[in-house]
Write a protein that binds this ligand. Structure first.
Ligand code: HEC
Length: 143
């Protein structure tokens, strides 16, 4: 290395220090840890949602398959809600397969979708990029 490269080492050291500090701040701020904890019944619903591959056709918070609609707010949407959700589960509407859920399993799925609805909004356009680099979304339960 020539002596000319010396200044670069200082610059790189400075940038790495800055990067380290930035990471320290990001990973030690716990401002956006999810406030919602799924109830045991909702956890069962989430398990069913995964086991039966609902997500291969449906999205939650906009993520998932795109054959069926997003289910983030199906629980609170006008004209929809728990009975509407249950009606879909075992009837096989259009390309949605017919499942054979027990009443308890239907309740669990409804409970899961209820808790999803309580936290998320989709589509969520209320996003702000903060100075720290976090994207701050608006959540239902902090209104
Ligand atoms: C093969 C794809 C597929 C799978 C798997 C699937 N669905 Fe669907 N689902 C659909 C489609 C397509 C619709 C829209 C039907 C219509 O409105 O005609 C739908 C509609 C729904 C609706 C009504 C949504 C609304 O806003 O009107 C609910 C609730 C629902 N599905 C829940 C589930 C759950 C829970 C599972 C897993 C147990 C599941 N679906 C698995 C394709 C699927």
């Amino acid at each position: 290395m020539s002596t000319n490269s010396r200044p670069y080492i200082f610059v790189i050291t400075f940038l790495l220090t800055l990067f380290g500090f930035y990471n320290y701040v990001i990973y030690n701020s716990n401002g956006y840890v999810a406030a919602e904890k799924l109830s045991p019944v909702a956890v069962k619903g989430q398990q069913l949602f995964q086991d039966k591959r609902c997500w291969s056709c449906h999205q939650i918070y906009g993520l998932g398959g795109y054959l069926g609609p997003d289910l983030t707010n199906v629980y609170s949407a006008e004209g929809k809600g728990p009975n509407y959700i249950k009606a879909f589960l075992n009837s096989g509407v259009n390309s949605m397969p017919q499942f054979n859920f027990s009443e308890g399993e239907k309740d669990a799925l409804v409970q899961y979708l209820k808790q999803v609805d309580e936290t998320g909004i989709f589509p969520n356009y209320d996003a702000k990029i903060e100075a720290t680099g976090w994207v701050k979304l608006k959540y239902r339960n902090e209104e």
